[in-house]
Design a binder for this molecule. Structure first.
Ligand SMILES: C[S@@+](CC[C@H](N)C(=O)[O-])C[C@H]1O[C@@H](n2cnc3c(N)ncnc32)[C@H](O)[C@@H]1O
Length: 267
């Protein structure tokens, strides 16, 4: 049976990507470097991956394109984004491996990372990799430090965690301000030229779609403010220290671009 969002899922995936790239011009490269780390720790090429705060499943879709035998779990609490992830990952009626709960090895999980109980909703405890991008800055500092420990608990020994987010370099405060100013100007130029939708406009399109509007109404109960909650973007050094405290054996920078970085850690 065809997924009820099949007609619109690809289009919303594409406009989500453009909308996110307006914030992160290096987004594809950033995801590719995370997948390099996944490849390095899974010699059999069949990683079990947790796409944390995965939204529409962007990381999972790229992981499956690169590792066709990958098993993915997308966790998020946004009903709109999870429905798009579901349609893209499990909505292919021609898939040869459909099970009762959708395509085998592709799980969509609704859970709030703000609460420790999120791990109870997971179908596995032995992930090869937990990847997350542009999301954990929505959490409060004390919660994020604890979450890092919870993430380690769902990774197998030797598995990798990577978090790509806004993480300025504390040694470059003035240069960072200038870099952010330039990035903002480039983003505004993209909106003005119609190259990408702004965050607000993307959500307005969702609200205007009759198939997504009921889910959008549900979302507004979860995220009454425009961006969910206040954003907290400490330097990469804060994340590395918190990951070491959480018990990871190796921690370091996997990637940096301007005021963004990807920290990685081995369980
Ligand atoms: C900017 S989006 C990024 C999504 C995806 N990682 C990507 O790169 O396209 C941030 C995501 O974090 C999710 N998120 C924020 N706070 C969350 C929480 N407490 N629990 C679960 N998901 C959360 C949002 O719902 C949203 O999908």
């Amino acid at each position: 049976m065809t997924h009820y969002l099949a007609e619109v899922a690809d289009a919303f995936q594409e406009s989500w990507d453009r909308q996110q790239e307006a914030y992160l011009p290096d987004r594809e490269h950033r995801i590719a470097t995370m997948l390099d780390a996944v490849e390095a720790v899974t010699p059999d090429g069949r990683p079990r991956l947790l796409d944390l705060a995965g939204g529409t499943g962007s990381i999972s879709l790229r992981a499956l394109a690169r590792f066709p035998g990958a098993r993915v779990t997308v966790v998020d609490q946004d009903p709109v984004l999870l429905a798009l992830a579901e349609a893209s990952l499990n909505g292919d009626p021609a898939s040869p491996v459909e099970g009762d709960g959708g395509v085998v090895g592709r799980e969509i999980v609704a859970a709030d990372l703000g609460r420790p109980s999120w791990t109870e909703a997971l179908p596995h405890r032995d992930y090869d990799a937990v990847l997350t991008a542009t999301a954990l800055h929505w959490l409060a500092p004390e919660r994020l430090a604890v979450l890092y420990g919870e993430i380690r608990q769902v990774l197998r020994a030797g598995g990798v965690f990577a978090n790509a987010d806004h993480m300025p370099d504390e040694g470059l405060p003035e240069l960072t301000k200038q870099l952010l100013g330039k990035a903002n100007a480039r983003r505004e130029a993209r909106y003005a030229a119609g190259a990408a939708l702004s965050w607000r406009d993307w959500w307005a399109r969702v609200a205007a779609d009759p198939r997504l509007a009921p889910l959008h109404a549900e979302r507004e109960k979860i995220y009454p403010a425009e961006h969910g909650s206040a954003e907290w973007t400490p330097p990469a050094g804060w994340h590395l220290a918190a990951l070491r405290t959480a018990g990871f054996t190796e921690t370091g920078l996997l990637w940096r671009g301007g005021a963004d970085a990807t920290v990685a850690a081995i369980a």
